[in-house]
Design a protein around this ligand. Structure first.
Ligand code: NI
Length: 139
């Protein structure tokens, strides 16, 4: 396991007060865990800036399956990219509406392309793209 290093950070009282208030609202019990999470988020953002990085993402879709072609188009996109799709979960929300969560894995560029194809499909009412990470470089 990595050795834990302590280090000091200088910042204005005003900024620290705002930070403490914010992390309390988010449920953190101490600054260290909040700062660690900020650093991790920053590293994930950097990972996503490099188009060739291997990564993961989730796509959340809500659509009316009675609208012509939408279910079939979404399934076709997923079959065309089966090597980059780890899993798909489908829930029938009510008589008309479906929610689908698609988990992707692959190079950043390809994952983004597939995600955008899914979220921009006609009759998708909500399409959310959630960039994630394989977590290998983040402890
Ligand atoms: Ni359904």
């Amino acid at each position: 396991m990595d050795e834990c290093i302590r280090f000091g950070v200088s910042l204005s009282q005003h900024l620290l007060k705002r930070f403490d208030k914010d992390i309390e609202r988010r449920g953190y019990t101490n600054r260290s865990e909040a700062i660690r999470d900020l650093i991790r988020q920053n590293l994930v953002d950097s990972e996503w800036e490099a188009a060739t990085s291997e990564t993961t993402a989730a796509v959340i879709l809500v659509y009316d399956h009675y609208k012509k072609g939408v279910g079939e188009h979404l399934t076709n996109h997923q079959h065309e990219n089966h090597d980059s799709i780890i899993a798909t979960m489908h829930a029938h929300l009510d008589h008309n509406n479906c929610m689908e969560v698609v988990l992707l894995r692959g190079p950043v560029k390809k994952v983004k392309e597939i995600a955008h194809k899914l979220t921009s499909e006609k009759h998708v009412k909500l399409g959310r793209f959630v960039p994630a990470t394989l977590g290998k470089e983040i402890r």
